[in-house]
Design a protein around this ligand. Structure first.
Ligand SMILES: [Zn+2]
Length: 394
């Protein structure tokens, strides 16, 4: 099993200066490599590849020992590979007949991660400079940086990355061969409905991860963005306002992830089998743009809903749930959601009129009433168990 860990770094002020320089010079390398590809293409129609650019690293480092030469060769290669991936995606989309944007230069604040692709190569996880109770990560050119390791790391550390979020620095470990820690069977099964008011509603009627604290942060973010818009370009106040907006964005991301982790943890603790709807989020967001035949019909309302859907982070939640379920030895079943919000779990009557409002379900056939999300969760559970029975019978 693979697993990622993210820990807060506690760099000294000198290390913070080095981290900023490290990020900045990797950004410059990225932009220089992008410029190289652009000019070669424009002047001679030549396509520069990753291998060509990687081969030049030695000279770049040799010419700039106090700058580029300070950092890990491998982390620089990883940066060039990142650019290569951006180009590969660009060409793939263009080949598929889409009109993708050409890979862009990364401005300050748009390049926030440096990756070391192999533990032990220009970096070392859990390196001990003679301080046995603390955890450190050693990064070439930066030193032994103290890590707030709030949980144990299992498995083998493969890659190490450093990420800046606002004023905080994090280390992200990607581990392989992480042992599964299966939980004892509970004998309980559940369906879950994913929503906006609550991230998760279970077939037992529980609402998990109500994003109320998220809504409060979102209000503050909106205010901070209005504040930013009023500041004069290039002013010190504007920079400060921009930093505040970035910090609030980061806070919302953390809160959302935290809510998703807690909800997923509770589900895998309580249930052996969890049925959920199979998501197609990309399709839902794309449909908001409207079609040529029906330009803009209901687009505004739909765009608002789509934004909330993306904000609620269903895809992220399901990924977290899948990881935890795998680790705990629980079973997840994805169910096609067609009709689930309109079907009566008591009599099977399926009609659009059954769904009275966003929150209320009342069957037109038998009069059965329920919370609409709980109702959908029950239908997911039934459909999931039916799929499972069918699979076991086959
Ligand atoms: Zn009914």
């Amino acid at each position: 099993m693979r697993r990622a860990y993210k820990f807060l770094l506690r760099p000294t002020s000198r290390q913070t200066v080095a981290l900023v320089a490290c990020l900045e010079e990797h950004r410059q390398l990225y932009n220089a490599a992008l410029e190289h590809r652009r000019t070669a293409y424009r002047m001679a129609g030549a396509k520069i590849r990753y291998g060509d650019q990687s081969a030049e690293l030695k000279h770049i480092r040799g010419d700039d020992p106090g700058g580029q030469g300070r950092w890990s060769f491998s982390s620089q290669q990883a940066t060039l590979r990142r650019l290569d991936k951006a180009f590969a995606a660009f060409f793939r989309r263009r080949k598929a007949g889409q009109t993708p944007g050409y890979p862009r230069f990364k401005g300050r604040g748009w390049f926030d991660t440096v990756e070391w692709p192999k533990d032990g190569d220009g970096c070392r996880w859990d390196s001990q400079p003679g301080h046995p109770t603390a955890t450190f990560v050693r990064l070439q050119g930066i030193g032994h940086v103290r890590v707030h390791r709030h949980r144990p790391v299992r498995g083998r550390v493969k890659t190490i990355a450093v990420k800046r979020e606002g004023r905080r620095w994090y280390v992200i470990l990607s581990c392989e061969d992480v042992p599964a820690e299966s939980l004892p069977a509970t004998g309980a099964v559940a369906g879950i409905d994913l929503g906006v008011a609550s991230l998760v509603t279970t077939s037992d009627g529980d609402h998990l991860a109500n994003p109320r604290h998220l809504a409060a942060s979102a209000d503050r973010l909106a205010a901070a963005q209005r504040d930013l818009a009023r500041k004069k370009r290039g002013s010190r106040r504007r920079r400060r306002a921009a930093a505040r907006v970035a910090a609030l964005h980061a806070k919302i991301r953390r809160q959302r992830l935290d809510g998703a982790h807690k909800a997923a943890l509770r589900l895998v603790r309580d249930y052996d089998v969890i049925a959920h709807e199979a998501l197609r989020i990309t399709n839902m967001t794309r449909s908001a743009k409207g079609t040529a035949e029906q330009p803009g019909r209901g687009v505004a309302a739909k765009a608002g809903l789509n934004r909330s859907i993306l904000d609620a982070g269903w895809g992220v939640f399901l990924r977290i749930l899948a990881h935890k379920a795998e680790s705990a030895g629980r079973e997840l079943i994805a169910v096609n959601p067609a009709g689930t919000s309109r079907t009566c779990p008591r009599c099977g009557h399926c009609a659009a009129g059954n769904r009275v409002t966003q929150a209320e379900f009342r069957c037109q056939g038998c009069g059965h009433q329920a919370h609409a999300d709980v109702n959908a969760a029950i239908n997911f559970l039934r459909a999931g168990l039916a799929l499972r029975d069918a699979a076991q019978a086959a």
